[in-house]
Design a protein around this ligand. Structure first.
Ligand SMILES: [Cu+2]
Length: 261
C-alpha cells in the first residue's frame, strides 16, 4: 500500500533516498487521511448546522470529546513523524558528514545562471580563489599561481562523481541565493553567498545503469536550481554524471590534461 505514492516519486539513486521516501510516504498517508476526515467533517457540519435546522444561533458552540480526541491523535502522529523520522534524518545529513579522507570532495559554486564545479586535483587541496580574478574564462576566480591550484579541475554544469562512495560537496554562491537540487539523490540545499555549506550523499546507481534500468538511453541525473534566483533561473540546469570508480579516475586524468598552464 505504501508503495502507491512511490509511483509519483523521482527515481532513487542514493543510499539515503529510501529513508527519505519512507518518511515522505508516511507524511502523505497522514495528509490523505486528514484530508478525507476533515472533508467529511466539513460536509457533516454544512448539513448538521444548516440555517433551516438551527434558526437561532448557539453562542456556546458545539462541545464534543471526539473533536478534541482526534486533534490529540493527529498531534501525537505529527510528533512521532518529527521526532522519530524527520529530526534523525536531518541530523544524519548535517552532523554525520563523511571523513574527508574517505569522501570525494568537490566545491560547487552557484551563480546567475550556472553551477561552477571545482575538484581539488591530485593534491586533495582546493586552490585559492579570488573575486578579483573572476572572468568569463575563470568563473571561479581560481588563482593558478597558488601551488594547490595548479592541479585543480574546473567544470561548468557537469558534476562527475564515482558510485558507492560518499560525495562531500562544499556549496557556495557568488551572487544570490540558489538551491542545489539533486532529485534522484534526495538532496536539496540552499547555496548562500558568504557561506560554505557542506552536504553529502552516496550515489548508488551509475548513470549508465540507470539508463538501462529505465530504458532511456539519454537519461541524465539533473542538477536543478530549486530557488527562483533571477530571470534565467529556468536555465540554471546542470547534470550529475555517476560513474564507476575506474571511469571516474579516467575522467580526472582526462581533465587534468586540459588544465590551463
Ligand atoms: Cu539559481
Amino acid at each position: 500500500m505504501t508503495n502507491w505514492f512511490m509511483n509519483y516519486m523521482p527515481l532513487q539513486a542514493s543510499q539515503h533516498a529510501a529513508e527519505i521516501d519512507h518518511m515522505t510516504v508516511l507524511v502523505h498517508w497522514l495528509m490523505l487521511i486528514m484530508f478525507i476526515g476533515w472533508g467529511a467533517f466539513f460536509l457533516f457540519v454544512l448539513v448538521r448546522f444548516r440555517k433551516g435546522a438551527n434558526p437561532a444561533a448557539s453562542y456556546a458552540g458545539a462541545k464534543g470529546k471526539f473533536a478534541k480526541g482526534t486533534e490529540i491523535v493527529v498531534a501525537i502522529i505529527e510528533i512521532v513523524l518529527l521526532v522519530g523520522y524527520a529530526i534523525p534524518a536531518w541530523a544524519t545529513r548535517v552532523r554525520a558528514l563523511p571523513a574527508e579522507n574517505e569522501a570525494v570532495i568537490v566545491r560547487v559554486v552557484g551563480e546567475q545562471f550556472a553551477w561552477n564545479i571545482q575538484y581539488p586535483g591530485a593534491d586533495g587541496k582546493f586552490g585559492r580563489t579570488d573575486i578579483k580574478l573572476v572572468s568569463a574564462d575563470n568563473p571561479l576566480g581560481l588563482d593558478r599561481s597558488d601551488p594547490s591550484a595548479k592541479d585543480d579541475i574546473t567544470t561548468i554544469n557537469q558534476l562527475t562523481v564515482p558510485v558507492n562512495r560518499p560525495v562531500l560537496i562544499h556549496l557556495a554562491s557568488k551572487d544570490v541565493i540558489h538551491s542545489f537540487g539533486l532529485y534522484e539523490m534526495r538532496i536539496k540545499q540552499d547555496a548562500v553567498p558568504g557561506l560554505d555549506i557542506p552536504l553529502w550523499f552516496i550515489p548508488t546507481v551509475t548513470t549508465e545503469e540507470m539508463r538501462r534500468k529505465v530504458g532511456k538511453p539519454d537519461f541524465e541525473y539533473e542538477i536543478a536550481c530549486s530557488q527562483l534566483c533571477g530571470l534565467g533561473h529556468y536555465r540554471m540546469r546542470g547534470f550529475i554524471n555517476v560513474k564507476t570508480d575506474a571511469e571516474y579516475r579516467a575522467f580526472l586524468d582526462e581533465e587534468a590534461k586540459n588544465i590551463p598552464k
